[in-house]
Structures are given as C-alpha cells and as structure tokens.
Design a protein around this ligand. Structure first.
Ligand SMILES: [Zn+2]
Length: 300
C-alpha cells in the first residue's frame, strides 16, 4: 500500500467565514480562512476537513455558527464537511427541549455531526443529558471538548477519571462521542493527577481510563487532534502501537488547526510514518486512522 498517496480526511478544523472580521486573538492573527486551510491541506495531502461550529460563548470571542461553516462547505464542497453548532441551552434552556427537530433540520442540510461541543456544564447535567439523548436519536456523532472543572476554561465538565462521560455512554447506548482535549487525552495513562490533567503529561503510559472506556463503550471514538492528541500518542510509541492495534476502528486523525501560526499539523505524518517504519503501525491501520474511519463514521 502506498501510504503517502492516501488522501486524508481531517476530522477537526476551525475556520472563519469572515476573514476580514475575525478578531485577531491568536497572537495577533485571526482564525484561518478556508483558502488558507486548503493551502495547508494541499501540502499535507488532505482531501477534506470537517469544519467545527463553536456556538457556546465560553470557547471563543468569535462564535462560529452552523450557517458559517455550511457556507464555507457550500463554497468548497470537495474540501469541507461540517458539524452543526449545538448548545444544550438552545431551544428554550430546558432539559425537555426537542433538540431532535433542530438537529434533523441541520442534518437535512448536510451536517455530518455536532460540535465542537464546548458548553461549560457538567457532562451529565440534565440539559447535556438531553443533548446526548437527541444526538443519539438522530444518529449524529458529537465532538466534545472536556474541561477540568466549573470555572476552569471552556468545555463540558468532567472529573478525574471521566465518570460523568461514562455515565452518559452507559445511558445512551447508540451515542457516538469523539473524545478530545487535554482532559480527555491525559487519561490515556492511569498516573494522571488533578494538577496535570489539563496539561500535556509526558513519559511512559500505564494503561488508563481511555482504554477502559473504549473497551466498555462501542460509542466512544478518539479524535487525536491538537497538541493533546499528538502528545498522548507520541509520549510512548510502544503503548500507542498497542492502543491503535486494539482500537483501530475508532481512532480518527484530526489537526484542530485554528490560526495561521499553528504548525502542529505538520508533525502527524512524520510520527505516523515513523510508526510504520518501526513496525508499530500497519499500513492498513494507518489508512483507517487517516481516512477509512471517517468515511465509516460520517457515512461518506
Ligand atoms: Zn477544536
């Protein structure tokens, strides 16, 4: 298999639909434009990227709506797919809200999933529970960003060991969640502490909560984008090899690029291709990670 020739799918990317408006909050630069992303994709042999909406105010100074990402995907249908924006407080601020109506509306317009979900509520809050119920009912995968505690950054809140996420996965059997962020990926190792869970812990991995949860819940997927995913996979290649071998059908490549200053996206191929050279990763599993699993999950 010519692994370098495989056209990749990026499961997680951020863009602005309004480059001339986008606040320059990333060390003086705005969010990436679609055209800047396409330029990077051409260098990395990425066919398509999944644009994330960002509708919860905690996450960013620039709200990115479903309409924003849809408009980019409509302009470049061969290069972008989109996830709809959903906050559990939408449609009435109630745990009884009929979110299915809203989800199905977007699904019919082409949304392939929901996310990035960053609403700053406990993962098992009644309204969050309601969101997961409707996402599962509508068969829409949800990309989540996990925060370490209320008032500590943005993202859905869970405790060390991710017990609230487990509760939701147990309750909503058909729910498909793409785990992401430091608080998700630091759980790859069991020696994680409160102090380091929202960072980029290094060193050898002793099997942690992610492997347990992946084994117990078929609906959990790994989005290994951003510094957090890359750090989790590069810190102990021997463990990563075993992890990928066991869960190769539910790990998806993402870069989580946001601004023109990002360079982390160029490190993934070096790492994955070295894993293949070292005998840690089969070309078949590489294909699944960078393309095959996205095609299956998003029904492309
Ligand atoms: Zn993101």
């Amino acid at each position: 298999m010519d692994v370098k020739g495989i056209k990749k799918i990026d499961i997680h990317v951020h863009a602005t639909a309004y480059p001339s408006y986008s606040p320059k909050v990333y060390e003086g630069t705005p969010k990436l434009s679609a055209e800047q992303i396409i330029e990077i994709y051409d260098k990395l042999n990425v066919e398509k990227g999944v644009l994330m909406s960002l509708v919860s105010p905690e996450s960013s100074s620039e709200i990115v709506t479903s309409a924003d990402v849809k408009s980019i995907a409509d302009k470049y249908p061969d290069r972008f797919l989109w996830f709809m924006g959903l906050d559990p407080r939408m449609c009435g601020n109630s745990a009884e809200a009929d979110l299915s109506k809203h989800i199905n509306y977007n699904k019919e317009l082409g949304a392939k999933g929901i996310g990035e979900l960053t609403a700053h509520l406990y993962c098992d809050h009644p309204m969050m529970d309601n969101l997961f119920y409707h996402a599962s009912l509508c068969d829409m995968p949800v990309t989540i960003h996990i925060a370490p505690g209320l008032g500590k950054g943005y993202g859905i809140v869970d405790d060390l060991g991710l017990p609230r996420l487990e509760k939701m996965l147990k309750k909503h059997k058909n729910l498909k969640i793409l785990g992401h962020s430091q608080c998700f990926w630091s759980e790859i190792s069991s020696d994680i502490t409160e102090e380091y869970r929202n960072r980029y812990p290094k060193g050898k991995v002793t099997e942690g909560r992610i492997a347990n949860l992946m084994r117990d819940y078929e609906g959990l997927y790994c989005d290994f984008s951003a510094g957090s995913g890359l750090n989790a996979f590069t810190r102990d290649p021997e463990y990563t090899a075993r992890f990928i071998e066991e869960f190769s059908d539910r790990i998806l490549l993402g870069y989580d690029m946001v601004c023109p200053l990002n360079t982390h996206q160029y490190k993934y191929d070096d790492f994955l291709l070295k894993m293949i050279d070292d005998g840690y990763l089969t070309p078949e599993n590489y294909y699944k990670l960078v393309r095959g699993n996205a095609i299956k999950l998003l029904k492309l």
